[in-house]
Design a protein around this ligand. Sequence first.
Ligand code: SF4
Length: 292
Amino acid sequence: MMDNKGQKYYKGNISLESLEGWFDGVDLKDARIKLCGVLGDPMINPECADIVSYLVYEKRVRYIEMSTNGGTRPLSFWKELADISSASDGTFVVHFSLDGVKTNDYREGVNVKKVWENFTHYVESQGHAIWQFILFDYNKHEVQEAREIAEMMGVKFYVRKSWRNTADKSPFKLTGTDLDHWDTIEEKTRSGNYEKTDIKCRHKAENELFITSNGQLWPCCHLHDEQVSGKTDILTKVGLHNDLTTSSFHDILSSSWYKNLLEESWDRNHPLHLPRCYLSCGDNGKRQTQFL
Ligand code: SF4
């Protein structure tokens, strides 16, 4: 979508060498790490298996999940990941994002047959897996069949419901739900037509952090999305320096914005208030993604 709009953004992979530098001196033993391609897919990183090995065996991370559409790489790659997962005793789990059984329309250009080959090969090679199924109008009728197949394969099955898919302009829709309507809340947010924010912040409540492929450290994926999609230049607005290539992990987190200002700015009248905090986490977090 951003390419179509001509928006520039960094396209590149996290290298193992970079990651080792960013996490130097950072204790990750109690961390839960999610490798997810907000602007890509972790499976296409040429060092993917090496990075997973580093997190499992060297950093001894408590839980690592990798979210992927599973649509490429040879079977030998999926066997390599399965071997790491099996040896990790479930510390490393792959989430296959497959939104349908025979259909997979949301994953445009992804070959469903290839996903099934990779998914089954990984599971038959003893890799720990979760099947994540995002609910849309086009695939509602396949949920029960998918649940039964997952049970036969011995993998957990999660249905994900997201309010973003209620947007009028969304080509893949979820209608007939009690979720807030995207366009109504977006309009209300961007026009500042709210007083109470009632923020339920994932960053503060769960210590969530989000690291981009070019080494920016954000509190969450929402604020990164706001920046990279060009909606708000947060780096300039709040004077945030979050570059792990020039500052250490702990130094960035001890900045005044991370320590105090972010939370203070949830007040609608604060000069550094970020409407995106209200949009994604306001009204007591009622718009956060639900898993059924
Ligand atoms: S958008 Fe704001 S309130 Fe929500 S998790 Fe991120 S920092 Fe917290």
